[in-house]
Design a protein around this ligand. Structure first.
Ligand SMILES: Nc1ncnc2c1ncn2[C@@H]1O[C@H](COP(=O)(O)OP(=O)(O)O)[C@@H](O)[C@H]1O
Ligand SMILES: [Mg+2]
Length: 417
């Protein structure tokens, strides 16, 4: 249809317009409509691509900050608000340096990095971040880079929370150091142990040679030679037993054979055995306590071992002419029996006391190391006492003597019905 002749104009147009004007108007209207549709569709496309972009930014596992070149925060993604505990509106009023960083970071570092990034060099570094509202700190890895946009450049920061990874790394590091230390300890121990084991064997060999010489001459073997040989054999057996105990402890196989034990009686027996060894030393037992009933559910052989260890140490680390006191007391309130061994010997420096119960430990002083030993007795003893539910400790002054003690829970007698 020809527009000029056939176009019917709406009725409310009272004035008839020339056909050419009508055509122009129509063109304008069509063009405007076309442009409007175009703008709408472009806007929709833009909106949807912005939404896509935002969805992407929000779904990544890192906090993202968009900065102006001067450090003003222009935008952040959702993970940032979760990681730092602020809303995006709050974030935009804050700055990385003042609000999102721990005071523990080196103060001069950030400006240098920022300048570097401004110059176009992307930088990644570790940082201690801070939640501004709770002041809580956490470790992050930051990646900063300058990005040219159409109208201006921005600085983009990617921040990853690495607290968990750092913790695992530290734990691994500690485990490695501990393993290395244990390894070193074992090497040192091996050389001490071989040396210590050799000493009684060398002595044994000398006594056997003496006996052999006497026999060759047709003389009787001196009973002292036999006694000494047996002493050295006992020492050797004790050392080997200690070594076996350590491996039992370390494999969790220190099995106790517990039964109802009269602790006062046991202590008395052990003290008597020592007093009959002809050591020229007196082990004094606090006499009035003997009558106290003190029964514990315990492995008698193991408790004997603990007490013997303490008495042997007291003898070893105190002068020939001094006595040893063994005491037994009952703490009714705590429902436990306490056994202590006190000497007037060389004592232990305060700063060494906490190490005494660790494996292979011997106080590193001339007075202590001059005496033979593997440094296992106290370690084993404390483990045995702990297995029984008791405690072991020491009170000592250097040069004044020591008191080693241990406790055992008293057996609960079945209540009278
Ligand atoms: N009664 C004591 N007086 C002084 N030091 C002691 C005493 N008992 C133990 N010690 C110190 O504790 C260390 C560990 O004792 P222990 O484990 O029995 O090992 P060892 O007797 O083989 O040296 C000893 O080397 C010694 O330095
Ligand atoms: Mg010892």
């Amino acid at each position: 249809m020809d527009l000029a002749s056939g176009f019917r104009f709406p009725k409310f147009f009272k004035v008839a317009l020339p056909a050419a004007t009508l055509i122009a108007l129509h063109r304008m209207w069509t063009e405007r409509h076309r442009l409007e549709t175009l703008v709408n569709s472009k806007t929709a496309a833009l909106k949807s691509s912005e939404q896509t972009l935002r969805a992407v930014l929000n779904s990544v596992n890192v906090a993202i900050f968009v900065h102006d070149l001067d450090g003003t925060i222009l935008d952040v993604n959702e993970p940032m608000t979760l990681m730092y505990g602020v809303s995006s509106e709050q974030a935009k009023r804050m700055t990385i340096a003042n609000d999102f960083s721990s005071q523990r970071n080196p103060t001069d570092q950030l400006p240098v990095i920022w300048q570097d990034v401004l110059n176009g060099n992307p930088r990644s570094f570790e940082w201690i971040a801070r939640r501004p509202l709770s002041s809580e700190e956490f470790e992050v890895e930051v990646f900063l880079r300058r990005i040219p946009l159409k109208d201006r450049d921005v600085i983009l920061a990617n921040v990853k929370d690495v607290t968990d990874r750092k913790r695992v790394e530290r734990e691994l590091m500690n485990a490695k150091t501990a393993a290395e230390r244990a390894d070193q300890e074992k090497t040192t121990f091996m050389s001490i142990a071989s040396h210590e084991l050799r000493t009684p064997i060398t002595a044994l060999k000398v006594y056997l040679q003496l006996a052999q010489r006497a026999l060759t001459r047709g003389d009787p073997v001196d009973s002292l030679t036999i006694d000494r040989s047996l002493e050295q054999t006992d020492r050797l057996v004790r050392m080997i037993d200690d070594l076996l105990d350590v491996s039992r402890i370390e494999t969790g196989a220190l099995a106790l054979r517990q039964q109802s034990v009269d602790i006062a009686g046991l202590v008395k027996d052990v003290v008597e055995v020592f007093n009959h060894l002809g050591l020229n030393r007196k082990i004094l037992l606090e006499p009035h306590l003997e009558a106290e009933p003190a029964r514990a559910f315990a492995d008698p052989a193991r408790i004997e071992q603990v007490l013997s260890n303490l008495i042997r140490n007291a003898l070893k680390y105190s002068p020939e002419n001094s006595d040893i006191h063994v005491r037994l007391s009952i703490d009714g309130k705590r429902h436990e029996v306490r056994i202590s061994v006190q000497d007037r010997g060389i004592g232990i420096p305060k700063d060494r006391q906490q190490n005494l119960f660790t494996r292979f430990y011997r106080v590193p002083s001339k007075a202590h190391l001059g005496r033979q030993g593997l440094g296992l007795g106290l370690y084993i003893s404390k483990r045995i006492v702990k297995e029984h539910g008791g405690q072991m400790g020491v009170l000592s002054e250097e040069g004044q003597g020591s008191e080693f003690y241990f406790t055992l829970p008293l057996e609960r007698l079945p209540s009278v019905r």
